[in-house]
Write a protein of this length. Structure first.
Lengths: 524, 405
């Protein structure tokens, strides 16, 4: 087959994380069989799973937080008894400071930067019982310390977050095409939680993706939906662990009741989409149906601390009408039946197909392609591998010009791959993601990070990318040949202007910065 | 990859830490900025994202159904933290003493039972409607404030401005150029590299050429020696961004029209009453208004600050001592140019039959009328421009008269 570098660019950049430098031969391989290159990863669903030494399960991590919080409490009590100023272990950095954020990416960045600073010095003395007090939108009001205490070791939450981040970044850097990793990022953002909700959310962010997203990226949508909505991280993020059936035993005893946060976002953001045909009554109904979906707390009365449990005492008794159908009382099964029906609702097929095409192909998704993917979704009962395959096999995905902006995450990963640098520490990536407005696993709201070029091609954002690229150039430029890298990245699909700009650069450092910022590296 | 960055972050002179706050401004002075009458109007739009509980901020204490609906978090006129009576019916949250003072001085007003034309309950669509100024969601290319700017005579360019966030808030997005500033915490690319890249983009990617050029200009325009990072909580940060914004807007060649957004108002659980989470955030908002007042100095007399949110919250508290997404809420006006000292409300009542969909405060005032009234009062925009361009298809929402002195 003739080499087609332009199609290779589509294969690597639209579907994947960009060509790896070094001896990978990615561009040549992709050019000889672009579709086959992308589809190869779809044949290996187990390769989507992420296991690395030291990465723990959600209950294990929940237990670790509870233990840590107890230690903080004891240290504080001991200090109070001694009349000395509190010297607690350092706290999770950004958790208490940020709250729910939307479209304020650099704020998030700045806040996270504050978090980075906090990692080496405790700046607050917030009570450690975040799990019991999910109102983490309230930042602590403690005054900053007058003098910088000595650096503190990372706490278990910070350590876990960084280990999870590192495993994800290493995987993204090393995989061949990166299509399945891009799918993971897509679905993880679709079903996002935010680590800034609190300590449990931060420690669980990586496990949530490994446990609820990855196993189903090439599986069934309904399975992913169920795994997500029953995951403690999601139940915590959208307050469902607090929601009680008003007529349940717990609701009656505690004089508390519904919280419809999760139910609404399930329909609005996860499945049917706004305008997908549900009403306020449906939101309230679903909220009642999923009362009792919670996770076991530190006492472990309902199960292993930090594991999903169905608390029948919190569950609203009785039948519920949802989207025109009555769901008889059947405990946990009532909600599972409702989710299964919502998953195969035509509005869900339409919403998912549209979002999927918008992510991979164009901000204005070609209607014919959306319609075809919607039909695939319906016909296969939400087979996500079939959905991905249909996308790769479409003509539109290969013909549409590469006009989407790479997100900050895509840009940083693609740069690392081209430079053949496997990260050994996630710190630089995390900092740069904060600066560029895409703090890892910490979107401003439950709708996730934006997915349009307009959101990322903003003046400050692009200027900051240039500053980051210039830093990479300064550090790594002396040892590489930028024209070799251009061959790896785009070969003869590179524009004459890009090639000339790199050739005429005043230094290798400058050449590398310009290459990383070239349209070939920024667009996908 | 870049391990040198973190250290420099700590020492960056211009790094600015702002939690849950953003600011952006029009890049030009209005032509009439120094008009003969000496009036030099300023407008600051504050967007509260997440849906503010209007019934907890300005409580209708005189409504017999309020206390029952708002239950454990209802404000009262007595007790340890009494609400501040604004008149015989409405009381202000005790966390807002500065706003109360402005109200007494007739430089602040409340508009109650107000809403945009949006009647569903999605934050994201609701924010789109609030900020875009269109009657329905999905129109996110430009915001009403930007379209209002396009209708103003453009004078000189402002010398400096400040913004946070790599994206401009939708309300200020559009054709009229805006300026902003991001907390540059990195050593910057040199000018030569930047110019080469602009040149490449000009040939291959004009859209990126435009945004990068703008980004480079903003960087040059930014200033702020006393904008050093100060660790602090969200309230301190709200005050801080307001202080910085006020300083820029007070100067003769600084921006006149700006937008700012505060996050975190989505109080589904444990909202709190006179003290607690909402109280904390309201204290931050109150502090920010006070910063505007003091920072703008004598220009405060020409200023209007509009505070608006995408929708309200349920009249009845939910099962977790919070409130879910609702409809009617409040808008606040503050500033020396506000004809204040009053709560403007066509009060619908809180009886079950009077609630919107039997659950939310029923909106009786269109938020667009309020904003139109302010735009007209401050800048003299015509009914027609307001009804066709700034808020398309909004002729029925007539500008509210007499909001501005």
């Amino acid at each position: 087959m003739a080499r087609d570098s332009q199609a290779a660019l589509v294969a690597l950049n639209r579907f994947g994380f960009g060509a790896r430098g070094g001896a990978s031969g990615d561009l040549i391989n992709a050019a000889s069989d672009p579709r086959g290159f992308v589809k190869a990863e779809l044949a290996r669903p187990n390769a989507v799973l992420l296991e690395a030494p030291g990465l723990q399960s959600t209950p294990q991590l929940g237990q670790a937080v509870f233990v840590y919080q107890d230690q903080v409490k004891q240290a504080r009590e001991a200090a109070a008894k001694a009349g000395a100023p509190t010297e607690a272990p350092s706290q999770a950095p950004a958790d208490q400071k940020s709250g729910l954020r939307r479209n304020l990416s650099l704020n998030a960045a700045a806040t996270e930067i504050a978090g980075q600073m906090a990692e080496v010095r405790p700046t607050d003395n917030k009570p450690a019982d975040n799990a019991a007090k999910p109102d983490t939108m309230q930042p602590n009001a403690a005054a900053p310390p007058a003098a910088k205490p000595a650096p503190q070791p990372l706490n278990v939450i910070q350590k876990t977050f960084r280990a999870e981040a590192l495993a994800r970044l290493q995987r993204a850097t090393l995989v061949e095409c990166g299509f399945t990793e891009r799918l993971v990022v897509f679905w993880s953002n679709h079903f996002c939680i935010s680590a800034s909700k609190g300590e449990l959310a931060r420690i669980w962010a990586g496990a949530f993706e490994r446990e609820a997203i990855r196993p189903h990226v090439l599986g069934r949508f309904a399975d992913m939906l169920k795994a997500v909505e029953q995951h403690p991280a999601m139940l915590f993020f959208l307050d469902n662990q607090q929601s009680l059936g008003p007529d349940s035993r717990a609701g009656q005893n505690r004089k508390r009741g519904l919280n419809e946060n999760l139910a609404r976002e399930i329909m609005e953001l996860h499945t049917l989409g706004v305008g997908g045909g549900y009403t306020q009554d449906d939101v309230t109904s679903l909220a009642r149906i999923i009362t009792g979906w919670t996770f076991a707390g530190r006492q472990g009365q309902l199960g292993a601390p930090g594991s999903f449990v169905f608390n029948v005492n919190a569950h609203q008794p009785g039948p519920q009408m949802l989207l025109g159908k009555t769901y008889e009382p059947s405990g946990l099964a009532q909600g599972e039946a409702a989710l299964a029906d919502i998953a195969r609702h035509p509005s869900t097929a339409n919403f998912i197909a549209t979002k999927f095409v918008r992510h991979f192909v164009a901000d204005d998704p070609p209607p014919a392609l959306v319609a075809r993917l919607r039909d695939v979704f319906i016909k296969t009962d939400g087979d996500l591998k079939a959905l991905a395959t249909a996308l790769v096999e479409s003509d539109e995905a290969w013909q549409a010009p590469l006009t989407k902006m790479r997100s900050p995450y895509d840009f940083l990963v693609a740069s690392g791959r081209l430079l053949a640098r496997v990260p050994e520490d996630p710190g630089a990536y995390l900092n740069n993601l904060n600066l560029l407005g895409q703090p890892l696993w910490s979107p401003a709201g439950p709708n996730g990070f934006p997915d349009t070029s307009a959101a990322w091609a903003a003046p400050e954002g692009i200027k900051l990318r240039l500053d980051i690229a210039a830093q990479m150039g300064a550090r790594l430029g002396p040892n590489i040949d930028p024209l070799d890298l251009l061959e790896f990245a785009a070969a003869d699909a590179a524009s004459i202007e890009t090639r000339k700009t790199i050739e005429r650069a005043e230094s290798r450092q400058q050449a590398l910065a310009l290459l990383l910022m070239s349209p070939e590296m920024q667009r996908r | 990859m870049i391990d040198c960055v973190e250290n420099r972050l700590l020492t960056s002179r211009r790094g600015l830490l702002l939690g849950g706050a953003s600011f952006a401004a029009w890049a030009y002075l209005p032509k009439f900025a120094r008009a003969a009458d000496g009036r030099d109007p300023r407008l600051i739009v504050v967007i509260l994202r997440g849906a503010l509980d209007g019934l907890s901020t300005v409580a209708p204490i005189g409504d017999p159904d309020y206390a029952g609906l708002h239950g454990a978090i209802a404000l009262t006129a007595d007790g340890a933290h009494p609400a501040i009576m604004l008149d015989t019916f409405f009381a202000l949250h005790p966390a807002m003493p500065e706003f109360a003072r402005m109200y007494r001085d007739t430089h602040a007003a409340v508009i109650h039972a107000v809403a945009t034309p949006y009647r569903d309950r999605s934050h994201f669509d609701g924010q789109d409607v609030l900020e875009s100024g269109y009657a329905g969601p999905g129109r996110v290319q430009s915001g009403w404030l930007n379209r209002a700017l396009e209708a103003l005579p453009r004078g000189e360019r402002v010398s400096s401005a400040l913004a946070v966030g790599p994206t401009t808030p939708l309300v200020l997005r559009g054709n009229a150029p805006t300026v902003g500033w991001a907390p540059v915490a990195l050593p910057q690319a040199d000018d030569d590299t930047a110019m080469r890249l602009v040149e490449l983009y000009r040939h291959r990617d004009p859209a990126l050429a435009a945004v990068l050029s703008q980004g480079l200009q903003l960087e040059k325009a930014a200033s702020g020696d006393d904008m050093k990072p100060k660790p602090g909580n969200q309230v301190a940060q709200m005050r801080q961004v307001a202080r910085g914004a006020a300083k820029l807007m007070a100067s003769d060649d600084g921006p006149r029209i700006a937008a700012l957004a505060f996050d975190g108002w989505d109080t589904h659980a444990n909202e709190g009453g006179p003290v607690g989470r909402l109280a904390f955030l309201l204290g931050g908002l109150d502090g920010a208004l006070a910063e505007f007042e003091s920072g703008l100095g004598e220009r405060w007399r020409d200023t209007v600050v509009v505070v608006a949110t995408e929708f309200g919250r349920t009249a009845r508290i939910n099962g977790t001592d919070g409130t879910d997404h609702g409809t009617g809420t409040i808008a606040l006006l503050a500033g020396g140019a506000v004809k204040g000292g009053r709560v403007i409300a066509d009060w619908p009542g809180l009886k079950p039959a009077n609630l919107f969909e039997a659950r939310d405060l029923k909106p009786t005032t269109d938020l667009r009328s309020v904003i139109k009234g302010v735009l007209q009062g401050q800048f003299g925009l015509s009914d027609r421009v307001l009804a066709e361009t700034v808020f398309p298809d909004s002729a029925s929402a007539r500008p509210m008269k007499g909001l501005v002195t």
